[in-house]
Design a protein around this ligand. Sequence first.
Ligand code: FES
Length: 79
Amino acid sequence: MRISILGSEAMYVCICNAITESQVRQAVEAGAEDLWDLQAATGIATGCGSCKETAADILREGRSRRRHFEPQVYVPSLA
Ligand code: FES
């Protein structure tokens, strides 16, 4: 459900708890690793649960993007 308020548009992914897609993405960027982390950070999927799959999709997408930008650590060989 998209709601436009004063020209800015918000996509609600959890209607029960009024959680927006932006809030979920921020929680993933802040380090949420699984649905429990998202629930603790945002309260998503703690009502009827119908948003659980969407939350999982956003989580998967965000985690793969985050991994892509994580710095690689080079450990030189001693041999
Ligand atoms: S829509 Fe998210 S818990 Fe109901």
